[in-house]
Write a protein that binds this ligand. Structure first.
Ligand SMILES: *[C@@H]1O[C@H](CO)[C@@H](O)[C@H](O)[C@H]1NC(C)=O
Ligand SMILES: *[C@@H]1O[C@H](CO)[C@@H](O)[C@H](O)[C@H]1NC(C)=O
Length: 705
């Protein structure tokens, strides 16, 4: 680029010098004469020129017209003469000296203080600084006294075409859909030129394409890039490199130029249908594969990309449509065939499917090209697998009567090996489910037998698990639940539902219901319980009570007459025979105790036999007899003792009756004293003969034990 620039400048050398020489003629606005002479300060010149100034720009005052021009980038061997200051003041005898101050005075611009010639001693760059404001003044050469007020003027740097156009934002990237029509706008680019856009053509740019034809074109003025070919195909070529040139000087020769690159990428449209890589796929699958397992993948390729390449897969025909399904994997863009229902090698060994892949996003512009779908055939071969035994039923329900004989057959399970090799099967009971080893199974034929007696009243259900194992492969095992229900047998007799105690009112009327009793039976007959009640045969004609069966299976006991009397008989025992409806029926006899009691007029029991109530309820007959025996024994001892002494009249130990009396009185009245005990002990112990042969307290102890 710098080479180009300097070349361009060299080209300009000659014209520039000429230009400078002829400058006053070229630049009409420059009020210089004969070259650029500023006649500063003189009233005369000022007045004359202010006429012009008014025409140029009335709003401005002062020295705006007072301009000099200097070409930029001038680098000749000598400093370039920019112009000359001149005053019309009559110098008279005085010598005039010109002084320059302001922007670049002394550094860029040098003045010959006698002649007023201003030289640029440095190379100027308009693009760096386009104008300099300076002040000129005429002073007395000797005294330095200003001869007039300072005058401001401007040195303007004139543009030359020393800057090439530049694409500041390059390199560029743009996209355009493939298959676009000719003339579709792609993008536009912009170059900038640092040269003066208002002066000359140095910044007037024209664009052209250096590389990238015939695919793209550019509008010379606007730099809009368009497609120059119709139906460019992304699948054929996706990326294009376009080199764009911007040239100044309106594109004429001698202008400077800059280039940039534009990468155009064609974006995809759905202009290609999917196509299966193979027209026939073969898969094989073991028959025991788990449902949902992927059996194979089919893929239809699509030259498009992204969603334009997306296909959905379907099984549209074949003899396995019910057993298989296909799902679309959007990631891999293929179809996965999966098992939906169990396979059975022994039933069907192969399947054929027709699968279809169809584009999901079809572009109506291209749908006329034909269906955006494809089909392929899938053959699936089922492989034999070693399968575990299969029971003839998923569960078994067996029933057995509770009194079934040991080793009797309760039922049978069967299982077979579904494989062609058909291994024999052995059966066993999962003992965790039959901890009490209630059952046995015949390992060969699956017959279940009873090992220990059953009692329905203990347990109705025995739910066990039977295991079937293939003899040829012990790892092939199946299990089946077997529920064994124990059926009822009438092995329990009915009895009273609770311990009844009946009361009979002395003032009751004949036919009054004394008590209602019900029965229970541990058995569970199919049609429910039906009890029969009866009196013992010898009691059938009982003059005192009768019974009446109620509809709800209960029994009422009625009094046959009135006038029951506690004094006569306090308790009646009424045995009742209860039998069930089993086959054969079972029966038992329960005895109802009926107490005769005194009742209020409205039949509320008020008092029954005293003894019956005083006696502790839990006391057994044996205990009662023992207590009675003790009481009698004590009485006998006392009676014997007294009668012996009275009749023989021989006081053995106690000297006289008074002593005895004393003793008795003392004992009775004061009770529990030590002396008394001694006295009593003496009386007892000093009976060495043991006249009656008893030691009372020992007897008492023995009896109560
Ligand atoms: C045994 O199985 C039967 C039938 O399935 C069921 O009704 C019963 O509740 C089960 N009994 C036990 C104790 O699991
Ligand atoms: C009926 O009661 C009378 C007394 O009231 C008694 O003597 C008789 O033994 C009783 N009969 C029966 C069968 O209980």
């Amino acid at each position: 680029m710098p080479e180009r620039l300097s070349e361009a400048l060299l080209d300009l050398w000659t014209p520039l010098i000429i230009l400078w020489i002829t400058l006053p003629a070229c630049v009409d606005t420059a009020p210089t004469t004969p070259s650029q002479v500023l006649t500063s300060g003189s009233r005369l010149e000022l007045n004359r020129l202010s006429e012009e100034q008014r025409i140029l720009n009335r709003s401005k005052r002062g020295w705006v017209w007072n301009q000099m021009f200097v070409l930029e980038e001038f680098s000749g061997p000598e400093p370039i003469l920019v112009g000359r200051l001149h005053t019309d003041l009559d110098p008279g005898s005085k010598k005039i000296k010109y002084i320059l101050s302001g922007d670049g005075a002394g550094t860029i611009f040098q003045i010959n203080d006698i002649t007023g010639d201003i030289h640029a001693i440095k190379r100027l760059d308009r693009e760096e600084k386009a104008e300099y404001t300076l002040t000129a003044q005429a002073v007395d050469f000797e005294t330095n006294k200003p001869l007039e007020p300072p005058s401001e003027f401007i040195i303007k740097v004139q543009d030359i075409n020393d800057n090439a156009p530049e694409f500041l934002n390059g390199p560029y990237h743009a996209t355009v859909p493939e298959m676009s029509i000719l003339g579709t706008s792609v993008t536009n680019v912009t170059a900038t030129d640092a040269d003066d856009p208002v002066y000359g053509n140095s910044a007037k740019l024209v664009y052209s394409i250096l590389e990238g034809q015939p695919y793209f074109s550019i509008e010379p003025e606007t730099a809009i890039i368009k497609t120059a070919l119709p139906n460019m195909d992304r699948e054929a070529k996706e990326e294009y490199l376009v080199v764009i040139q911007a040239k100044d000087m309106g594109g004429h020769s001698g202008g400077l130029s800059g280039t940039t690159t534009l990468t155009v990428t064609l974006t995809d449209v759905n202009d290609n249908p999917p196509k299966f890589a193979q027209s026939l796929y073969h898969f094989s699958v073991p028959e025991d594969v788990v449902l949902g397992t992927a059996i194979g993948r089919v893929k239809a390729n699509d030259q498009d990309i992204g969603e334009n390449a997306q296909s959905s897969y379907d099984i549209i025909d074949g003899d396995g449509t019910a057993l298989f399904e296909i799902t679309s994997d959007a990631q891999a863009q293929d179809g996965i065939i999966r098992l939906r229902k169990p396979l059975d090698f022994e039933t069907k060994k192969s399947y054929t499917l027709k699968v279809e892949a169809a584009n999901v996003h079809v572009d109506p512009r291209f749908s006329g090209r034909g269906p955006f779908k494809d089909t392929a055939t899938v053959k699936i071969v089922v492989e034999d697998a070693d399968e575990p035994p299969v029971f003839s039923s998923p569960t078994y329900l067996l029933e057995v009567h509770e009194n079934a004989a040991l080793n009797s057959v309760i039922g049978q399970v069967t299982a077979r090996d579904p494989d062609i090799t058909s291994s024999p099967i052995r059966f066993s009971i999962d003992r965790h489910t039959d901890l009490e080893r209630q059952f046995n199974i015949n390992a060969d034929d699956g017959k279940i037998t009873l090992a220990t007696p059953l009692d329905r009243e203990l347990s109705v259900w025995h739910n066990i698990t039977i295991i079937a194992t293939e003899i040829r492969n012990h790892s092939q095992i199946s299990r089946v639940p077997v529920a064994i229900k124990v059926l009822d047998v009438n092995d329990n007799a009915p009895e009273f539902a609770s311990e009844y105690e009946a009361f009979l009112c002395e003032n009751g009327k004949p036919g009054q219901v004394i008590q209602t009793v019900s029965a229970m039976d541990k058995d569970d007959p199919k049609n429910g319980h039906y009890f029969l009640y009866s009196l013992l045969p010898e009691m059938v004609n009982n003059p005192n009570f009768t019974i009446k069966k109620n509809e709800d299976n209960s029994l009422s006991i009625l009094a046959k007459h009135n006038g029951f009397n506690r004094q006569k008989q306090e308790v009646y025992l009424l045995p009742i025979v209860i039998s069930d409806s089993g086959n054969p029926p079972l029966s038992s006899t329960s005895t109802l105790t009926i107490r005769v009691c005194g009742c209020s007029s409205d039949g509320v029991v008020q008092s029954c036999n005293v003894e019956a109530y005083v006696l502790p309820i839990g006391l057994s007959m044996g205990a009662l007899i023992a207590i009675l025996a003790c009481i009698i024994l004590l009485l006998v001892i006392v009676v014997l003792f007294v009668t012996l002494r009275r009749h023989k009249n021989e006081p053995l130990i106690i000297k006289d009756d008074e002593d005895v009396r004393e003793n008795i009185i003392r004992y009775d009245d004061e009770g529990g004293g030590e002396e008394d005990t001694e006295a009593f002990d003496i009386a007892t112990l000093q009976n060495p003969d043991g006249i009656n042969g008893f030691l009372p307290h020992e007897d008492l102890l023995r009896e109560s034990n």
